[in-house]
Design a protein around this ligand. Structure first.
Ligand SMILES: NC(=O)c1ccc[n+]([C@@H]2O[C@H](COP(=O)([O-])OP(=O)(O)OC[C@H]3O[C@@H](n4cnc5c(N)ncnc54)[C@H](OP(=O)(O)O)[C@@H]3O)[C@@H](O)[C@H]2O)c1
Length: 158
């Protein structure tokens, strides 16, 4: 199974501040929706709770250490490995959709990174991991908005 990570980071690699994403950028969420539509989203319990519901037309797999955790119309997994097995069974394009802990856990398994850089310096306490050298840039698209942003796709080198 192929695994992708999808994230938006500021120029200083911030992805979150407490439970929140510290910017509002027109168009950026539509890009997330377009890329992930029809897929399976693996996310940490904190990210799930900050969204508050499963996103439509996608399967949601919540990673939590709490064996009693349940959420309506979602799957739960007690490790990244279990989440990946669950996703394999769902047979859909699979994306890790955050947050910081989950990106760090998933990066060693990732084939593709969909990484949007919001061209601002944001204040926050949750970061995207440093990009390892073994990923190569395969596409780059710039967008003008209330804050400009650049969407880049990286693939793992063979
Ligand atoms: N900018 C973006 O693209 C983006 C995308 C998504 C989220 N975010 C932001 O990221 C922040 C949340 O990230 P976060 O790092 O605080 O939390 P997170 O990664 O969303 O979730 C952390 C939780 O995942 C579970 N977990 C972590 N490691 C685990 C493991 N090895 N095995 C089983 N469960 C494990 C634990 O849940 P339990 O405590 O239940 O055990 C842990 O508390 C928020 O600010 C959110 O807005 C940003």
């Amino acid at each position: 199974m192929k695994l992708a990570l999808i994230a938006a980071q500021s120029e200083n690699r911030v992805i979150g501040n407490g439970p929140d994403i510290p910017w509002k950028v027109k168009g950026e969420q539509a890009l997330f929706k377009k890329v992930t539509m029809g897929g399976a989203l693996i996310m940490g319990r904190k990210t799930f709770e900050s969204i508050g519901r499963p996103l439509p037309d996608r399967e949601t797999i919540i990673v939590t250490r709490n064996p009693e955790y349940t959420a309506e119309n979602c799957h739960t997994a007690d490790s990244m490995e279990v989440a990946l097995e669950l996703a394999e069974g769902l047979d859909r394009p699979t994306f890790v959709a955050g947050g910081g802990e989950l990106y760090a856990l998933a990066l060693p398994f990732a084939d593709t990174l969909h990484l949007t850089t919001i061209h601002t310096l944001a204040e926050g306490d949750v970061y995207f991991p440093e990009l390892p050298d073994n990923f190569k840039l395969v596409s780059e698209t710039g967008y003008k908005s209330n804050i400009d942003y650049t969407y880049r796709v990286y693939e793992r080198r063979c």
